[in-house]
Design a protein around this ligand. Sequence first.
Ligand code: SAH
Ligand code: SF4
Ligand code: F3S
Length: 448
Amino acid sequence: MVTKAYHIETYGCQMNVHDSEKIAGALHTLGYVQAKDAFSADVIVFNTCCIRDTAEKKILGNIGDLKHIKTHRPDVIIAIVGCMTQQKGIAEQLVKKFPFIDIILGTSNANEIADKVNEIVASRAQRRHRVVVIPRMEKPAINENEPVFRTSGTNAWVNIIYGCNNFCTYCIVPFVRGRERSRAPDVIIEEIKGLLGQGYKEITLLGQNVNSYGSDRTDGSNFAKLLAEIGQLPGKFRLRFMTSHPKDFTSEVIDVIAAFPNICNNIHLPVQSGSNAVLKAMNRKYTREKYLDIIRMIRLKMPDCGITSDIMVGFPGETDDDFRDTLALVKEVRFSNAFTFVYSPRKGTYAATLDQVPHEIKKERITELVSVQNEITKELSEQYVGGTFEVLAEDAPKENLLCGRTESGRLVSFNGPSEYVGQFLQIKVTKAKASALFGEIINGKQCE
Ligand code: SAH
Ligand code: SF4
Ligand code: F3S
């Protein structure tokens, strides 16, 4: 029997990256293996994102390109899954525009891919068959014990909460990922114990808003308690988590991060805007002052904590003064890094119905914001030079070249053999270039 192969193209956030590992796990149960590329695959899956228009345009272009593959090999199965398909009316549009698509699934039923592939294969002999199943949103059941084919090296992703209840007025996620559903704490702990037993050195907890973990449960669980329970697990490993929402970020969480050495002093805390008027219009439910208070609390307990953020410009109604408030906040906080975005109207969200900021102004603002943040990142990078840090060797991109992160989340490159991947090393930083750090292994030895 010839072994069949799959190719998954993943767009969007870490949540999608991990969902793709589950899709791969499901296809492995059918005996499929990972293909070299889309051209040699029997099943091609696009796991999609719709957070911004740019993401969607790119995906649509790439789906269009699949036509060539389908023309040459009509038996190839093409599946489109994930956030983009989950939007109202999109599945119908996709089928019309790209009649060569075989399977469309949404966000919470992508794990059904194995059944659907089987269905297509079985029906092929008779006539062309297409499967389109988009689940209704709200509170889809949590699927536990799904097979996962992990592809993230020394790090393992672990979902703790699915969905989002926040409805920030710009954001499509609550519409395509449904309401919050927290996994049971004992199931999470068991999964993590298993992963540590398999040798994973870093665990990253995933949720759109990890801080609201447990609020939909009746067993009194919350994020601080969960972190403390994981932090107590034996052995040396790193625990990271994303994303934190400032409105639910408690001082207990800060205390737990500071208390347990395995929990990394690294927090991604999206601020979005530095203007109270814009924050209110975004429905973020915190003020600039509250955000700055959280930053002060974090720095008081963990002076070396790496803090990163997401920042948006051009939200409807954002004035020049609002934008200046954002710049001032960025200069005050000095994020170690920030993901900066131009607001993109998403159909079905409230902000898309408002008067929009002209494109030219958005462009000017993003250019200024990026340049201010780049300068800060560069200055902070330079402060690392001469210091020695514990780095987890995560990857070996080239022969005798390794890269990994400091506890604070900064990426460092250094020379060393690929056998060191997965080990904690003492690295002296010798050079900084923009956001990149370069260093060398101290004493040529690993620590631990
Ligand atoms: N749950 C996370 C982030 C989800 S999306 C949180 O609440 O922070 C990741 C980032 O994309 C957001 O933080 C936001 O900065 C950006 N984003 C979301 N919707 C957007 C839109 N319509 N246009 C531009 N950026 C957007
Ligand atoms: Fe989107 Fe806001 Fe939910 Fe984050 S918290 S996923 S930005 S609605
Ligand atoms: Fe995109 Fe969906 Fe993530 S819209 S950012 S892949 S939750």
